[in-house]
Write a protein that binds this ligand. Structure first.
Ligand code: SF4
Length: 340
């Protein structure tokens, strides 16, 4: 029988397991403290557990963080990309970036992705499976273990569409808060624009940030870049964002990856102005990481585009370029490791 992994389980779940195996529930609290407060993953080193319980645990349980099978570090900015393999052999990427205020980790929420954005390596092979909340916590645990420092911010912007894995992502957010002590205000969820998911999220009473990948203000152009726009057109998406703000009081960030000749033209600035001026917003301009399998090229106009947006009265910043010397585009490292 495959051993059950205890990593990522909360105190209540660990107590329930103790009860199931005929132990006192407080043993669950002890194990909880060893795993999350002391970062001890070997039952033998959990000093206050009796030998009989350690034997039982070793037989049927494990505390596994998965295995980081590849790590790339950008020598210039210190960004680190991890390729993490889970016990079933599936792999995901996470990216750790250092900022003056702490460490920010971009994590994956699915293995692969079904959304098919044309500029993204993660979507090229489709979705393989969802990650569990515990598997997402493992991404954080591995980054902390490797860097020797706490992760202070999390962005759900790696491989996968978080709102397409709604329940596990919600459980992850709650557990990251309770177990790892990462405040909800330090967590950002990024979606390609699944309108029903945005509406559902608005009702969860969370304090997290929401980022929406816009990438073009024109319905036709956006649909060419992001097939999801065919199901949820720009006006519908904007209405959902407006309603999200009304409900939560939290301003939406619009991610905008600049692609040469596709969405960095003067008419894009004019249309963005029509769409966003007077509405609570922030535009995060992202210089594209070239993906070899697509024909999109990085825009040469990043600074000019940002200046034009500001001139138009919009609130825009350029995201610091991280990890340009490693396979930083989401999904590239996993594909390369699989030879696909
Ligand atoms: S950009 Fe995000 S939503 Fe789009 S295919 Fe890539 S991982 Fe999926």
């Amino acid at each position: 029988m495959e051993k059950k992994n205890l990593y990522g389980l909360d105190q209540k779940q660990l107590k329930a397991i103790m009860k199931e195996i005929g132990e006192k529930p407080f043993r669950g609290s002890q194990i909880y403290d060893w795993i999350y407060k002391n970062r001890v993953y070997d039952f033998k080193n959990m000093k206050n557990l009796p030998a009989s319980l350690i034997d039982k645990l070793e037989k049927d349980y494990t505390v596994s963080l998965g295995e980081v099978i590849r790590k790339q570090k950008d020598p210039e900015d210190g960004t680190v990309k991890y390729l993490l393999e889970y016990p079933d052999g599936e792999r995901v990427e996470s990216v750790l970036m250092k900022y003056p205020h702490g460490q920010s980790l971009c994590i994956s929420s699915q293995v692969g992705c079904n959304m098919g954005c044309t500029f993204c390596a993660s979507g090229l092979g489709g979705k393989v499976r969802n990650l569990t909340a515990e598997e997402m916590l493992m991404e954080v645990a591995n980054a902390e273990k490797d860097s020797g420092e706490r992760v202070s911010n999390i962005v759900l912007m790696g491989m996968g569409e978080p709102l397409d894995n709604f329940d596990e992502v919600m459980s992850f957010i709650k557990k990251a808060n309770e177990i790892l002590g990462i405040g909800q205000r330090h967590i950002t969820l990024s979606t390609c624009g699944l309108v029903p998911g945005i509406r559902k999220l608005a009702n969860q009473d969370l304090q997290i940030g929401l980022a929406v990948s816009l990438h073009s203000p024109f319905q036709e152009d956006r649909a060419k870049l992001m097939p999801v726009a065919k199901a949820y057109p720009v006006p519908e998406l904007m209405q959902a964002c407006e309603d999200y703000f009304d409900k939560t009081g939290r301003r939406v960030t619009f991610e905008y990856t600049l692609i040469d000749g596709k969405n960095d033209r003067p008419e894009d600035v004019a249309e963005l102005k029509k769409l966003l001026k007077g509405h609570p917003h922030h535009i995060n301009l992202i210089p594209l990481n070239d993906v070899t399998e697509t024909d999109h090229k990085r825009s040469k106009n990043v600074n000019k585009f940002a200046a034009e947006l500001k001139k138009a009265g919009l609130n825009a910043t350029i995201r610091r370029k991280n990890g340009s010397n490693i396979d930083a585009a989401c999904g590239q490292l996993r594909r390369n490791s699989r030879g696909i």
